[in-house]
Design a protein around this ligand. Structure first.
Ligand code: S3P
Length: 451
């Protein structure tokens, strides 16, 4: 196979990725690694920034999102070493000691940066902050964190009735609270817990079902007095807390591994190992979903690395079966639903995904965008208010598609193109750099083995 399968053309600031596949696609074989987990990378930088002493981080995701987090905290006086080094050091300033930035903090495309940071800023007495983001982030709902923070006494102003960024924050001493979150959102939960760190008393969050628990694990590792009741989906922090700098080794991101899991699962002849992937049970919904669809995936070399479970994922092609997904599994795979929709196109039968209305307020409306873009390739997907119905047995044909600047949409469409007849042009392919800057080079190496 020659590398002409893949071509990248630049028209700054945009890139178009053209994929031209031979009939039947290219079997994916060998061993690969994926970049560091995005959620853990954000948290390592943030907790490192507010801890006492030095935090050392290895495997940090060098995507645009964690770079936004690093830049925001540097603007508040935190010293962070060169991000390109193998080990990164963060010199913690201590809780409540972030400096008032002299300019607007820009979270770029990153909801995690903005929402988690808001909890820290709101609880910083005597400091004033203005925070914003890119076009996508400025249209995403911030009321879900502003409203509970306001109940704690926070002063935050924003567009459209304090619902949208840019936001202005006047830091205050806050009151502790017990918050019953209407949505299972790790960003909401983490924001409140971070606000609770610098607040006298017990601050807790109860969720309808458990969202990812990286904040809880890492806060405990940094020495915060934090308890978790898994039966009631409640996490409680006892403030004011003192955090101590730690060593964090970031595992590979299962959300990035998911693209290759699905690519290999739907391409005959594939036999691929993805090494060193985080398998935190609050994140492994995609593995459970693919198993449910009868995918051939095994976990090898299971181990624990700085408080997070890790394994190598071995995937081989096998014909998939349709399934229905709803309820508690959805928050455990919320970011993987675009690529799950691609898997469902190649399954036998119709796959139904429900209880996933959150997809409509991600980096794009992932229900409409995936249904529309895959539809251009000949897929039959019916949009539901809270999910989609995906008809299996698809015969996709190459088409002009668009990431809509959403990294996970762009990469999912590129994987769909691997099984399409003819040529696909993916516009705004550069979006992948938000969470997976080396996506195209890994794709290229998998499409042209041993050449
Ligand atoms: C994230 C939580 C999830 C997820 C996002 C990362 C995090 O968002 O979709 O990509 O790191 O806490 P919600 O908390 O809004 O569900």
């Amino acid at each position: 196979m020659t590398s002409s399968v893949l071509q990248l053309s630049e028209s700054p600031p945009h890139q178009t990725l053209t994929l031209t596949m031979p009939p039947g696609g290219v079997a994916l074989t060998g061993r690969i690694q994926v970049p560091g987990d995005k959620s853990i990378s954000h948290r390592a930088l943030m907790l490192g920034a507010i801890a006492q002493g030095e935090t050392r981080i290895k495997g940090l995701l060098l995507g645009e999102d964690p770079r936004s987090t690093a830049a925001c905290f540097q603007a508040m006086g935190v010293q962070i070493s060169n991000l390109e080094e193998e080990w990164i050091t963060v010199q913690g300033v201590g809780l409540g000691k972030l400096q008032e930035p002299v300019d607007v903090l820009n979270a770029g495309n990153s909801g995690t940066t903005l929402r988690l940071m808001l909890g820290l800023l709101a609880s910083h007495p005597d400091r004033f902050f203005v925070v914003t983001g890119d076009d996508s982030l400025r249209s995403r709902p911030m009321g879900r964190v502003i409203q509970p923070l306001s109940q704690m006494g926070a002063q935050i102003w924003g567009r459209q009735g304090n619902g949208l960024a840019p936001l202005a924050v006047q830091g205050q001493p806050l009151k502790p609270m017990h918050y019953y979150s209407p949505i299972a959102s790790a960003q909401v939960k983490s924001c409140i817990l971070l606000a609770g760190l610098n607040t006298e008393g017990s601050t807790s969050v109860t969720e309808p079902t458990r969202s990812r628990d990286h904040s809880e694990r890492m806060l405990q590792a940094f020495g915060a007095p934090l308890t978790v009741n898994p039966d009631t989906c409640t996490a409680t922090v006892h403030g004011p807390a003192t955090l101590t700098g730690q060593t964090v080794i970031v595992p590979g991101d299962i959300s990035s591994a998911a693209f290759w899991l699905v690519a290999a699962a739907i391409t005959p002849g594939s036999d691929l190992v993805i090494e060193n992937v985080g398998i935190n049970p609050t994140r492994t919904g995609i593995l459970d979903a693919l198993h449910c669809m009868e995918a051939d995936i095994t976990l090898e070399n299971e181990r624990e690395v700085t408080g997070e479970p890790v394994a190598d994922l071995h995937v081989r092609y096998r014909r998939l079966q349709a399934a229905t997904f709803d309820g508690d599994i959805i928050p455990r795979m919320i970011d993987e639903i675009p690529i799950l929709a691609v898997a469902a196109l190649f399954a036998e039968g119709t796959t139904i995904i429900r209880d996933a209305a959150e997809l409509r307020v991600k980096e794009s409306d992932r229900i409409t965008v995936m249904a529309t873009q895959l539809g251009r390739m000949g897929a039959h997907i019916i949009e539901l208010p809270d999910g989609m119905e995906v008809r299996g047995g698809a015969l996709l044909r190459g088409a002009a598609v668009d990431s809509h600047t959403d990294h996970r949409v762009g990469m999912s469409l590129a994987i769909a193109a691997l099984r399409a007849v003819g040529s696909t042009q993916l516009a705004r392919a550069e979006a992948a750099a938000v969470s997976y800057p080396s996506f195209v080079s890994t794709l290229r190496s998998l499409c042209a083995p041993a050449s």
